[in-house]
Design a protein. Structure first.
Length: 485
């Protein structure tokens, strides 16, 4: 008695299955599955922003704690540069490394590793040994450098996972919503700083050295959202687009898509290793060079990289130095450690609520109707105008009205986030082939962090030309130049 093997599917059958599976993703109604994907990816960006921007106040606290008699309550410029740029340097390398690894080994296998790095390094930073010598700062800088690797990994991974799970109609809004969690992370950093200062007020007023506990708590709180997100990231399935276009397993992707959209859950229930796979173009460095060596492809990668570089010079140049800018305009106006830090915390919260968070959510609601290009161009244009006004009218503005400066400054935050800060994140997650999508997002994002690193050294080296904080206005002109080009 003979048995016949089932007929293997033809190439046309597999291609039809592939198209049907991808169409099901593209045309899916927005539901709980999409919300969950946004939350799992978004809480990572919440954590990233908290860790990156909490150093804004932590640096000021360290000045009062360890340099009250040595350097007039200020962290020396070289140490301040190291504290603020080390995470950005690590982030740049993390974006490149994790971007490539996600294309090589899969999005799922890499997702969660970056949060483990963040958790370990956050604990290490918070527990850095108390020491009045330079050694303690070296330890913190090294921890933040490694922390940056984890933060950097989150950029391409979260962007690509969100993009590849999203429907075509809602892809921009979903990616923008994930990125908008940065705004809440920045706000949370301000709120945690304020609450911790209030809790330690009696101790700080009796002895400013008790601020040593404050900065450690502020940094340490960052492990809470990272820990919450870790389980969900480790259980997320591979994206269907990667499963189809890189692994070539159409059956597995089709089953996972169907279950996810029907049940609204992440699963690994359908671990189908089909005997029949579509023929895919392998991702190799030779193919990468050949593909992007063609101008029509290379110009896209060049465009996403240059725009992100130009934007991050301004975004991180002012974002990581809010405390210095608030001091420069006379908002702090006190030598008292507690009151100074309290004012800085309030100022950061006000700016975030007035400009940062609204800007992010304008993008979420309008990106799919107005389009990425419009939002990016209007953002760059209006930022250029605002920076020129602040740069050339700085002294007159702060002399006549500090609230007016705060309004203009908040507007710059608004149009960064309802503008290039969001679109430079979204576009690289959409425009590249699946086999190189994460790598190219990592390259684009790393170009941005290169701009962030440059801006830190430029800001901190040039701000005191002519006296303490006397050249801050010229730095706004510098930022305006890059938003213009």
């Amino acid at each position: 008695m003979s048995t016949s093997n089932p007929k293997s599917p033809s190439r046309e059958d597999l291609d039809d299955t592939r198209r049907a599976a991808l169409e099901e993703i593209d045309n899916a109604k927005f539901g709980w599955f999409h919300i969950r994907a946004c939350l799992v990816a978004g809480i990572g960006f919440f954590t990233d922003a908290y860790d990156l921007f909490s150093i804004n106040l932590v640096s000021a606290i360290l000045g009062y704690t360890y340099f009250s008699s040595i350097n007039a309550n200020e962290v020396p410029t070289d140490i301040d540069s190291g504290l603020k740029s080390s995470a950005a340097i690590g982030t740049m390398f993390g974006q490149l490394i994790f971007g490539w690894m996600a294309d090589r080994f899969g999005r799922k296998k890499m997702y969660g590793i970056e949060l483990m790095i963040i958790i370990v390094t956050t604990i290490g930073s918070a527990l850095s040994p108390k020491n009045l010598s330079i050694d303690m700062y070296t330890i913190i800088i090294v921890w933040r450098l490694i922390l940056g690797l984890g933060i950097g990994g989150d950029y391409p991974l979260s962007a690509i996972i969100t993009s590849e799970f999203a429907s075509k109609k809602r892809r921009g809004a979903m990616m923008a919503a994930v990125f908008a969690m940065q705004g809440f992370g920045i706000l949370f950093a301000g709120v945690v700083s304020l609450v911790t200062l209030l809790a330690f007020r009696p101790l700080i007023l009796s002895n400013s050295q008790n601020l040593d506990y404050v900065w450690r708590i502020i940094i340490g709180v960052g492990i809470i959202p990272a820990t919450i997100a870790l389980y969900f990231r480790l259980t997320i399935p591979e994206t269907p687009r990667f499963t189809i276009d890189v692994q070539g397993n159409v059956d597995k992707a089709a089953h996972n898509i169907k279950f996810a959209l029907e049940q609204g859950k992440y699963i690994e229930k359908y671990e189908i290793e089909s005997e029949y796979r579509i023929v895919i173009q392998k991702a190799t460095w030779k193919d990468f060079i050949h593909h992007f060596g063609q101008w029509e492809n290379g110009k896209v990668l060049l465009g996403t990289s240059v725009t992100w570089f130009a934007h991050d010079i301004a975004y991180y140049g002012i974002g990581l130095n809010n405390a210095i800018i608030l001091e420069a305009i006379g908002y702090v106006k006190t030598d008292d450690a507690y009151q100074s830090l309290f004012n800085i915390s309030i100022g950061n919260i006000v700016i975030t609520l007035m400009g940062t968070i609204p800007g992010y959510w304008f993008t979420v609601f309008l990106v799919d109707s107005l389009g990425r290009k419009y939002i990016q161009l209007q953002g760059f244009a209006l930022l250029t105008i605002i920076f020129i006004i602040i740069g050339f009218g700085y002294k007159e503005i702060i002399t006549k009205s500090i609230p007016l400066f705060i309004i203009l400054y908040s507007l710059s935050q608004f149009f960064q986030n309802f503008g290039p800060n969001a679109t430079t994140f979204i576009v690289p997650g959409e425009v590249f082939p699946t086999r190189y999508r994460s790598t190219c997002h990592g390259i684009s994002a790393a170009s941005g962090k290169l701009g962030a690193i440059i801006s830190q050294f430029v800001f901190l080296k040039l701000k005191d030309i002519g006296g303490k904080n006397q050249s801050v206005n010229h730095l706004f002109k510098f930022f305006g130049f890059f938003t213009f080009i």
